[in-house]
Write a protein that binds this ligand. Structure first.
Ligand code: SAH
Ligand code: SF4
Length: 351
């Protein structure tokens, strides 16, 4: 239940009053502690390829960006990284890449997911949890990856406004297609995550308020919401934003409002949030986020996975210090699934 109506949300987003921000963050924090406790769950992020056939106007991995060096990690390396995460006490990994555009690549990924789950099961009764974020696929392909053992999927809507969506994507990339994908993922049984970028050129606070309504209507299990950060080799970086705004604070407000509206979902303190403010991780958690995704991609490939400029990469020591400084606790050896998912599935069973 959303405690605020859309108009009240717009007023909160418009406000520059420190008291409004502070009481919003405090309320979100209280809700989070009550619903989910102090634990912060880890998803080891493996960015296994930066090839992408898409041309999203905001993203450095877009096909037309010829300046980046493209890479694809080998199967053995991906499995090695996953097992490294497992040995570090991470119970989950997230495999992310540019969009996968061939059946061959889906087969490759499905085989890797199977092997990771098998290897981790040999060591303990609970295997590694696998989250995927590889773009728009067919129903059959999502099903194949689910049957291979993946159980969470992240596909951001980027903005719930179809008009703004059209402005930040080429004509071949359709809003409705993305909705179909989100439907397919839910139908198959995945824990479904979506999200948006905050501070896109031309994005209004009314649109952001509608994004929150969109998440609720879609009954999502996980939220990935972060600031938009221009990438200098993309068309959107050349589009001026007429709104003068503090995107960091705006993102914190959106996280806090999302936590209040959806108390039991999993919410990520995104790398993008950490990239625009040195205290982004701590503040993200204080605004209600309960998931972090430490980057495990090999050091020498990280700069090639450049979704946006100046991506921040924190070490595990820095992450631990930030989490503890905020009064939170890292949830090692636990899957940390979205409680909302189980409640939703239970309701589905009861009809
Ligand atoms: N190709 C997959 C996964 C990789 S992109 C996909 O598109 O779903 C993952 C996310 O990075 C995107 O959903 C987008 O929200 C985010 N992203 C891309 N470019 C960005 C930018 N310039 N600033 C902030 N986030 C960005
Ligand atoms: Fe490709 Fe994803 Fe970037 Fe779009 S956002 S260009 S699909 S990597």
């Amino acid at each position: 239940m959303n405690p605020y109506r859309e108009q009240e949300i717009v007023e909160i987003l418009n406000s520059n009053e420190p008291e409004i921000l502070n009481s919003l963050l405090q309320a979100a924090h209280n809700t989070r502690i009550k619903q989910l406790g102090k634990e912060v769950y880890l998803r080891g992020l493996i960015e296994f390829s930066n090839y992408c056939p898409r041309n999203c106007l905001y993203c450095g991995l877009r096909k037309s960006n010829e300046k980046i060096h493209r890479y694809r990690l080998d199967e053995e390396i991906i499995i090695e990284l996953a097992m490294m995460a497992y040995n570090m006490g991470f119970q989950s990994i997230a495999l992310q890449s540019g969009e996968i555009d061939s059946q061959e690549q889906v087969d490759f990924l499905a085989a890797i997911v199977e092997k990771i789950i098998l290897s981790s099961k040999q060591r303990s009764h609970q295997s590694l949890g696998v989250t995927l974020s590889v773009g728009e696929l067919s129903y059959q392909q999502y099903l194949q990856l689910w049957q291979a053992g993946a159980h969470r999927y992240l596909l951001r809507i980027e903005t719930s406004d179809p008009v703004l969506f059209k402005k930040i994507h080429p004509p071949s990339q359709l809003y409705d297609r993305r909705l179909e994908c989100l439907d397919a993922l839910k139908d198959i049984g995945y824990q479904v995550g979506t999200g948006i970028m905050v501070g896109l050129p031309g994005q209004s606070n009314e649109q952001l308020a509608q994004d929150l309504t969109f998440f609720q209507k879609r009954d999502i299990d996980m939220l990935g919401l972060g600031p938009y950060i221009p990438h200098s080799d993309t068309p959107l970086a050349r589009v001026p934003d007429r709104h003068e705004r503090d995107v960091f604070t705006l993102t914190l407000k959106m996280l806090a409002l999302a936590r209040l509206a959806m108390p039991d979902i999993n919410m990520v303190a995104s790398t993008a949030l950490q990239s625009i403010n040195p205290l982004g991780l701590r503040w993200g958690l204080m605004a209600g986020a309960n998931i972090i995704m430490p980057v495990l991609t090999p050091e020498e490939k990280r700069s090639d996975y450049s979704l946006y400029d100046n991506k921040e990469q924190k070490s595990m020591e820095e992450i631990t210090a930030e989490v503890e400084a905020g009064g939170f606790k890292l949830g090692y050896w636990k899957w940390g699934d979205s409680p909302h998912y189980f409640q939703r599935r239970e309701e589905l069973k009861q009809g």
